[in-house]
Design a protein around this ligand. Sequence first.
Ligand code: HEM
Length: 227
Amino acid sequence: MKMTIVQICENFIFVQLLTSDLLSQNMIIGSTSTTTATAVGAMTELVKNSRIMKKVQEEIRSLSGEKEVLDEDDVQKFPYFKAVVKETLRLYPPAPLLVPRETKEKLVIDGYEIPAKTIIYVNGWAIQRDPEAWEDAEEFIPERFLNSSVDLRGQDFCFIPFGAGRRMCPGLHMGLASLDVILSNLLYSFDWELVEGTETNDTGSTVLPGLTHDKKNPFRVLAKCRN
Ligand code: HEM
């Protein structure tokens, strides 16, 4: 893959992809929007839930010592933070319909006959909000993942933010590591509040149409350096 990197201003670098290589394109699309959409989902829930924000910041700040910047190893010490990330991926799966599949042969599911070569979309978003699988399914409750064996690696079919099976996300480890580092540092270094005048419904979860789960309404928060 060829790339040209154009610096537009001091802090903004534009990467232009000169490629028709589908795999490279998928890697770029798969890696960028998914991670940012999940981080935005987490911040949206945390500014709405001051109890959870306080609890996760206290955990991070009390267990970090006086480090300037947290890294991946630090994050392994934060069980509540990890639960916040999982709960965010449950309510805001950034690729809610996974990637499409095609049936190889005719099959019957729940009495419905599915012909061979049917394109199948798996609705991960609905599965992860299914009230039969999740108590208070629409609520953001990270505690549900503490002392729970439900994992996100495609083995528990009620929780598939990275998909499952042979087509499951190849960027799982990189995606989780990026999320851990980005989100933990945002919570460690800053206190957050909604920008004055922002309507409460700007923190709603209405999303734009598209492959990934990007918020429709802009999300505006004020970051204050922690004392
Ligand atoms: C929070 C981060 C991420 C989440 C939640 C996520 C989620 C997903 C999901 C649900 C799928 C579809 C899997 C399936 O249908 O079973 C997928 C596919 C994919 N992801 Fe990710 N992803 C993330 C980060 C990344 C990163 C960092 C990369 C690359 C470095 C990446 C590359 C890809 C690619 C290339 C595919 C397509 C695989 C295929 O076509 O078979 N993803 N991702």
